[in-house]
Design a binder for this molecule. Sequence first.
Ligand SMILES: [Zn+2]
Ligand SMILES: [Zn+2]
Length: 171
Amino acid sequence: MAEDLSQDFSLGEVQVASSPQERFEEYLQSKGQRITQQRRALVECVFEKHEHFDADELLEMVARHAEGASVSRATVYRTLDELVKAGLLRKMDLGGRAVYEHDYGYPQHDHLYCQQCHKLIEFRSEELMEIRDAVAAKHSFRVTGHRLIVSGVCEECSQKRHRRHSPLDLI
Ligand SMILES: [Zn+2]
Ligand SMILES: [Zn+2]
């Protein structure tokens, strides 16, 4: 039943032929560039686990990496740009803050975004995709992708706020 289907918001998996590192090297080669030690350390760091991060957080992550200790801020920004252009990362604008996440090898998904703690909750909805494709078809529009970010307040943050205003606090 359609109702059961809509209850599954899990992301699933995508199989890819080459590693992010290989894919990035191919991209750089096509631009007549080579992968440097610094870039390699950054890519390793970025693709260790799926996260949402900004440039500052990546700088901190890479500083903890043995090989990446000497990576400069300028290199981080430049490599992030290259990773987006190579189709490995996706960039989102969250209230003026640039946040990155894996695109290559990671399933299409959408986000709930908490405006208080900046947490992102990922979900995937087949119904949403059907609506998207139906609207696109109506306009003879060729879809290359989409990103829906639902803004609001997460459960934890709304509980915190609720507790603060609770009359029980006065007892
Ligand atoms: Zn929150
Ligand atoms: Zn995400």
